[in-house]
Each structure stands twice: as C-alpha cells, then as structure tokens.
Design a protein around this ligand. Sequence first.
Ligand code: NAD
Length: 416
Amino acid sequence: MAINLFENALKQFNKAASVMNLDTGLRKILSHPQRELTVNFPVRMDDGSTEVFTGYRVQHSFARGPAKGGIRYHQNVTLDEVKALAFWMTWKCAVVGIPYGGGKGGVTVDPSKLSMGELERLSRRFFSEIQIIIGEDKDIPAPDVNTNAQIMAWFMDTYSMNMGHSVLGIVTGKPLDVGGSLGRPEATGRGVRVVAEEAANYVGMDPSKATYAVQGFGNVGSYAAKIIKDEVGGKIIAVSDVSGAIYNPEGLCIDDIIKYKDENKGLIEGYPKAEKISNEDLLSLDVDILIPAALENAITVENANDVKAKIIVEGANGPVTPEAEEILLGKSCFLVPDFLANAGGVTVSYFEWVQGLQHYFWRLEDVRTALHRIMKDAFSSVAKTKNKYETDMRTAAYVDAIEKVATATKLRGIYP
Ligand code: NAD
C-alpha cells in the first residue's frame, strides 16, 4: 500500500468536490473520519507466551446510517490505510444508495503465522476491544483481506456472548447456517454484470452481441463471466488468472473452465480447449468490454495505449491508475469506476443485515432481483450526473455519492 493512501483518497474527493462546488464547511467535515479507534490487546499464544497486537476501527461517516466495512488481517495494516478504506466505503455505500456510512477495521498481523486457535483467540479479543464503538445500529463489520465467514461467525458469537443473546445483525459475510444471505458469494460478479450491460446500452452497444475479456478468475471474475454468459449473452473470448490467460475468439465455455479450475488447484493453467495467451495479451485484445477483476494497477501508463476495449468495468479495486485513466478517456473509452462496479458485494451484505435484523430470510431470486434494481438505478443516476457535469464516470460517481452524504449532513445539521 502507498504510504499516503488517505491523502490520495482525499485528492479524488477534492477533485469531485471542486466539480460540484461543495460548500467549504461540508468539505472540511467530510474530509475527516468521525471516529478512529486504536486498540493494543494481548493474545495467549500456543506456546504459553503472550503477544500484543494492534488493531483499528475507523468510522468515517454516520450521516446516512451506521458505518459499514470489512476487517482485514495483514502485516502491513496501518491506521492511514484503514482511514482511506473507511472513507471509500462511505462513497461506495452512498453511490448505490444503501443506508450506511463508511467504516473499516484491521489488525496488524500475518495470519498465516497463527494456528487456528491463535486466530480464534485474536479474533475474539479484537472484536471485544472494538465492541465499545460497534453494534448492529452503529457499525457493522464484514470480511476483507484474510478474513472469512468463519471469522465472522466468531465475531458474531463473541458479541452475542457479551450481550447474552444472538445478535445476527452485528456482522455480515457470515456462513449461511448462522445468518448469512443466499446470493452473497456471487453478489459482486452479479453487480459487475448489471453495470456492464447498462454501460453497453449507454454507449449504444448491444450487450448480447458484445465480446468480453475478464482479467482474474476468482470470486468476482468467474461469477461475472458466468453470469454475463448465462444471462446477457455475448461472447467471453478470454479469461485469466495468476497462471496466465486463455483465449478463444469463438467464445469460451465458462462452466467448463470453472469445473476445470476446481479440479486443478484453483487455476485455469493447462485448460485444453483454448489458446494460451499472456495476461498482457488479454488486456490488449480487441474486445468490446474489458473487466479487470484481479488486482490493483493492472492498467498503467505502460499498457494503457495498447488497450482496445470500448468499455472497461472495474471489477477489482483500483485496477486502472489515474494516469492510465487519462489515456483511456482520451481514446473515448467508457470506464465504470470500481466503487460503483463492484458495489454488488456490499449491497448483498446490506440485505444480509436487513434479514438478520428481521430474522426473516429471503429466497435467492429475491436477493438477485433487489440487487439488480439497486445496481441498475445506481448506474443510471451516475450516468445522469456525468451528463449534468459533463465529466467522466468516476468523477460523476464521486459527485453523486458526495451529494447524498453532503445533503444528509446538511439536513441533520451540526449538533449541538
Ligand atoms: P480472488 O482472490 O477470489 O481472485 C483474484 C483472481 O485474480 C484470482 O483468479 C487470481 O489468480 C487472479 N490474479 C492474481 N494476480 C493476477 C494477475 N497478475 N493477472 C491476472 N490474474 C491475477 O479475489 P476476488 O474476491 O475475486 O477480488 C478481486 C478484486 O475485486 C480485488 O481487487 C478485490 O478487492 C475486489 N473486490 C472483491 C469483492 C468481493 O466481494 N469478493 C468486492 C469488492 C471488490
């Protein structure tokens, strides 16, 4: 992670704030997280020794509802990083219109060095430490880098033990058996599919006849590819993962590749029914829609000039650098920014929270229908803002999101 991640986040915010001529007071308020909590806490290790770990929970804004955002475990976690991630969560939730502010948490730890018992004790103690500021009406954590459904089940249990009753709404990303939602695993990929289709319609392209290339065949990329092929039509002509890319100009059979990957240690390497190409080749294919869904900084000044796609849908977080985006926009490429394109995940997390609060669980088709509507409406609203301010989609998405948070902040006023 870059050292001044929060400063970079503020730069994006300030650009949009200037475009929309945001009031100076609101600019000051929204440039600061409302709360930052740092905790140093002991964990009993398996060998009988004691270690002290540092963790954080940052809540950027409560203007539109409780804070929402994941908790990550990584040796490089810093307060600065968690602040930036909480800040971005505010805009992600606002752009899709779900009633949350942004939050994020993290523990500075390399979890691969912990035993299962140590991981559980660390998770339970960390969650107890941040309990003073979280709650199902205050701040609802979720998984992030190196945290998963099991850890969410421990979080939920720890909080519930302290409260004396089960509190399903305290975290999302839980296993189905303890209050998880149907449709959560596919949610981000499904959201990518909705905005890809909307983007094609917006630029006058028929999404059912378009060609697609997907970089990254993990959770986001594989579901996006499968759902686009099954429900939109069009041809997925290339997909890739860390082992390389595969290509078939006639269209790939995504179900067959998912099956192959599941039987091949999670990799598409060696898939026999397609031509092997490099990841760089995939990014420069002559496709209608390119979906980078792997890592940040996939498209930089080095390769942006080679990109031929007419539409880019950022499935991953930060796959296109700001300098590369300038080049792409100069070539009239239509780019759907990450915090709109991949907001399907947090949207279904919101559904999980709603279901947990009501103790009433939805059918898969209800989750899908509600997600589709939210993503479609969000795209349409950002596209209108783009036209109103004659700007690009990323700036428009920021303007849209900031407008919602700023309006709520203004309406609520300054207490006391
Ligand atoms: P994942 O670990 O399931 O999949 C990542 C995929 O990228 C894997 O197939 C991996 O092999 C591939 N990959 C890694 N390096 C690559 C490279 N150099 N070239 C090509 N492929 C490469 O992760 P994910 O959950 O699918 O997340 C992908 C991105 O989407 C991340 O930026 C993540 O932050 C973002 N995101 C995910 C979600 C979610 O719900 N999973 C939500 C919002 C944003």
